[in-house]
Design a protein around this ligand. Structure first.
Ligand SMILES: C[S@@+](CC[C@H](N)C(=O)[O-])C[C@H]1O[C@@H](n2cnc3c(N)ncnc32)[C@H](O)[C@@H]1O
Length: 219
């Protein structure tokens, strides 16, 4: 299967997945979505509550969320452990075509991130530990481990099972008390499933092009 690079409305690239038939990011702006949903509503929100945080990302994909988190973390005094899960890594050929490095000026390139070894923590700096786990979301069994989940699976129309209660129960279990899950999705059935498994949900304004996004708190 081959993926294709597309340009989103803010000029940043995304990838069109041949396998799942959807794009990896919002077509209204990949970089804008990362900052709005995951960094501002997620990372900065959680770091204000707690300085040392452990992040779980559902779907590493292009690596954009992790690269921007590293860049933003450097502006704080926080300590971060970042674990990301991905079963179907993109090809290095696609990585080399993505235009994120040019707009971000990050201390590590996207290509370097993609060339890191899988399944072990690697320090990107003294205060940022990074681990890519090559496995399926279905295999996640962590309990009370994370402060923040970047919930970035493909949309419910492509991957319904991850937006329903049985999988969301696993996410609830993986979070520590006072932990937060953020996602770009604001579908009614998803929000009801989050509530059913015990989350307190907040509907926040979405990034450009989307009315709403969701932040869910584990009490
Ligand atoms: C929306 S994209 C993630 C975008 C990413 N966070 C970024 O910053 O570019 C969803 C990702 O989930 C991965 N994925 C889909 N189904 C999966 C599964 N069952 N287990 C693990 N990874 C999966 C896809 O390969 C894809 O990379």
């Amino acid at each position: 299967m081959s993926n294709k690079i597309i340009t989103t409305k803010d000029g940043s690239h995304s990838i069109l997945s041949e396998q799942f038939g959807v794009s990896y990011h919002s077509i209204h702006g990949a970089l804008q979505e990362t900052y709005h949903v995951f960094i501002n509503a997620g990372f900065h929100f959680q770091v204000e509550k707690k300085n040392d945080i452990s992040i779980l990302e559902i779907g590493w994909g292009s690596g954009l969320n992790s690269l921007v988190t590293f860049l933003e973390q450097e502006k704080t005094t926080s300590n971060v452990q970042y674990t990301t899960v991905e079963a179907y890594p993109i090809s290095i050929d696609i990585v080399k075509q993505l235009n994120y490095d040019a707009s971000l000026d990050a201390p590590i390139s996207l290509l370097e991130l993609h060339q890191l070894e899988w399944n072990k923590f690697i320090p990107l700096s003294p205060t940022f530990q990074f681990k890519k786990l090559k496995k399926k979301f279905q295999e996640i069994e962590d309990k009370n481990q994370y402060d923040l989940i970047y919930f970035d699976a493909f949309a419910p129309n492509a991957q319904a099972e991850f937006w329903e209660a049985p999988f969301l129960e696993k996410m609830y279990a993986a979070l520590q008390s006072d932990g937060t899950l953020v996602t770009y999705c604001a579908k009614g059935s998803f929000k009801r499933a989050l509530k059913a498994v015990g989350f307190i949900i907040e509907a926040l304004p979405g990034p450009p092009g989307k009315r709403e996004m969701t932040r869910a708190l584990k009490p």
